[in-house]
Design a binder for this molecule. Structure first.
Ligand code: ZN
Length: 271
């Protein structure tokens, strides 16, 4: 069936547990968009989004940056356990630490959230479009792997915005994570685990829990086979979580493909 890019974007939203992602196309596992390969040196750009009436405090920003740093350190440890070198360089996107928007993005896991925030943020930061921003930043910094973390001063369900090869480059090439400050219902939010989970999505990882894109029997099977995988569950105890064989294969860390892996490939089960 031939579908337009818009339909495709909508079809690929996956969500659960306060997290969802844009799922890319088969065979585009990890070399599409600005976040190409979770291997070697990765540049993390960050920006703080806020409404004028409700700005981030300096202290809140520091907390988020520490949570980001913990997530990145965990990813480095996981990569190293697969004999993959990994380093992050973390910088603000622009000179101003915060960006004010009239409309703060909402994320309720409805599947109809906007997916072009990176484009709007990059334009507000002086770039022409997402592809031009990537090229310029890549030239200036020497990084091929670039990801954008958008800390949003609002409550909601965080999500990753992944690029796939048939998406429009100008709008979607810069891959990003929209990270909310908290959940809507004030439930505690394991931020570092969520950041690591969402970053893994940018490089090809699949959700392993029940969503419309994953069936309950797959969730159950994942609990048997990969009980501690961060794509199955998040939590405060990062030491209890890991990147298991399947997720490591998806992000290119594990070359030993097992027949069962394909069985977990997300699909649209809403019908
Ligand atoms: Zn997810």
């Amino acid at each position: 069936m031939k579908t337009g890019w818009k339909t495709e974007l909508l079809l690929v939203l996956i969500f659960f547990l306060g997290i969802f992602q844009l799922y890319a196309q088969p065979n585009d596992r990890w070399h599409a968009g600005s976040a190409k390969d979770l291997n070697g040196e990765v540049l993390t750009l960050y920006v703080f989004l806020e409404a004028t009436a409700n700005p981030w405090t300096e202290e809140e920003k520091q907390v988020k940056l520490i949570e980001l740093s913990i997530a990145q350190q965990w990813l480095i440890t996981q990569a190293n356990s697969w004999d993959v070198p990994l380093e992050f360089s973390t910088k603000p996107l622009g000179k101003a630490a915060s960006l004010q928007l009239e409309n703060i993005p909402t994320g309720s896991g409805s599947g109809s959230e906007r997916t072009d925030w990176a484009m709007e943020i990059l334009k507000k930061s002086g770039y022409r479009n997402a592809r031009q921003a990537y090229r310029k930043i890549s030239r200036q910094t020497g990084f091929d792997n670039i990801q954008l973390i958008i800390f949003t001063k609002a409550g909601g369900i965080s999500y990753a915005m992944r690029y796939a090869k048939n998406f429009r480059k100008r709008k979607f090439f810069m891959e990003s994570v929209l990270l909310y400050q908290c959940y809507d219902n004030d439930a505690p939010m394991p931020v570092s685990a969520i950041i690591a989970h969402e970053i893994l999505h940018l490089y090809g990882a699949w959700d392993l829990y029940t969503t419309y894109a994953q069936t309950a029997d797959r969730h159950q099977k994942a609990q048997e086979l990969f009980p501690d995988d961060i794509m199955l569950r998040v939590g405060y105890e990062l030491n209890d979580l890991k990147v298991s064989d399947l997720t490591a294969w998806l992000v290119g860390w594990n070359n030993s493909e097992q027949p069962i892996f394909e069985w977990f490939r997300p699909a649209d089960f809403r019908q």
